[in-house]
Design a protein around this ligand. Structure first.
Ligand SMILES: C[S@@+](CC[C@H](N)C(=O)[O-])C[C@H]1O[C@@H](n2cnc3c(N)ncnc32)[C@H](O)[C@@H]1O
Length: 351
């Protein structure tokens, strides 16, 4: 039975699903979830991420990682963690760059936090045996400083959606229509009293999973020291809007059309993630991706690549534009940093 048919049977038997429950099933159902069965990242897959657009992205995150380690005093042992590492390109670029800093690799205890078996196999192929895997951040040992990166992970964490009606807030749920098809429907919710006021028609998204990750990182970093870099598309200030999106072969599709066959995301809610980290004793900072990469020298890196390969100048120019252009990833994507007290991580200094 397809995931769609199983979800329809479940809704008929036990009632509508929250959007968060629907996202979790579509992404992680053991038999039909997107990441469980068919994740396809890259030009020939469903979507492309920054590390795949250009090596410059991962190299500069590698520079940031090594500079952060040095700023922490070059600890002899630290946990280098990537969450949601996809096909392993980002970690491979980080290690190729950061290994140039003496002592970094010897000190790094490298962990990948990943739930997808097919992607773990790709990561193993690319990174070999020097890394270890955990299904959850809590499985990565503590008691050493943490340097963590996650690109496009927050957007896979499920969110509930609420819609403001004239009579108050209602929860948007996945139900069945008269033809037995999956369809969105609004239901009264006791959570309404806790939500902010908004004009009729406004959509409010709430991701407990994103906030919980912010809290775990806050606790961990306040206790062990270090920094986490979260790169994602999303909102920098609290706001409203329906951002649920399904992507299949680089095209937006109806999120209810093919459960488990498309990548399903919502915007990162940075105010909630960073607020949760601060509430647990960590400090936070945020830049746009364009500003972050510029401060780390992406322009100079592009020029060096062009000098080495003049025949690729046009392609490198296009890649740079995609990463930092204000009308491309440069403004919509944000780089948020959660860090321990008493220092400011590289690139986030006041200018
Ligand atoms: C959109 S991909 C991003 C891949 C990679 N970071 C990149 O930039 O190319 C999302 C990644 O997060 C992983 N993932 C999804 N949900 C997760 C969860 N709850 N915990 C850990 N990893 C998760 C996916 O399997 C995949 O590796």
């Amino acid at each position: 039975m397809s995931l769609r048919d199983r979800l329809a049977a479940q809704i008929a038997a036990t009632g509508p699903l929250t959007v968060a429950q629907y996202m979790t099933a579509c992404l992680h159902d053991p038999k039909g979830g997107y990441y469980t069965t068919r994740p396809a990242i890259g030009e020939h897959g469903d979507f492309v991420t920054a590390p795949m657009i250009s090596q410059m992205f991962g190299e500069l995150i590698g520079v940031w990682t090594a500079a952060t380690w040095a700023q922490l005093g070059g600890p002899k042992r630290f946990r280098l963690v990537e969450m949601g590492p996809g096909d392993g390109t980002l970690m491979s670029d980080i290690l190729r760059t950061a290994r140039l800093v003496e002592g970094f690799l010897e000190a790094a205890d490298i962990w990948l936090v990943e739930t997808s078996e097919p992607l773990k196999a790709l990561q193993r192929e690319r990174l070999g045996e020097r890394v270890r895997w955990a299904a959850d951040l809590s499985d990565v040992p503590g008691e050493a400083p943490l340097i963590l990166v996650a690109n496009e992970l927050l957007d896979c964490l499920p969110a509930r959606q609420f819609v403001r009606r004239a009579t108050g807030w209602a929860e948007q749920m996945v139900a069945l229509n008269a033809e037995g098809e999956l369809a969105f429907a609004l239901f009264p919710t006791p959570a309404g009293g806790l939500l902010p006021d908004a004009p009729v028609g406004a959509v409010f998204e709430q991701s407990s999973a994103q906030a919980a990750l912010g809290a775990s990182l806050g606790v961990r970093i306040a206790d062990d020291g270090g920094a986490a870099l979260l790169v994602d598309y999303g909102r920098a200030l609290p706001g409203f809007g329906d951002t649920l999106q399904a992507l299949r072969r680089h095209e937006k599709v109806d999120p209810l059309a093919c459960p488990g066959e498309a990548d399903l995301t919502v915007h990162a809610d940075f105010p909630s993630v960073l607020g949760a980290a601060q509430a647990h004793g960590a400090r936070t900072a945020m830049l746009t991706q364009g500003a972050f990469l510029a401060r780390l020298g992406v322009g100079e890196r592009a020029e060096a690549l062009v000098r080495a390969n003049p025949e690729n100048a046009a392609m490198i120019g296009r890649q740079l534009g995609r990463l930092v252009g204000a009308d491309q990833m440069g403004s919509l994507f944000k780089v948020a940093c959660i860090h321990s007290r008493g220092w400011t991580p590289p690139a986030f200094e006041e200018v």
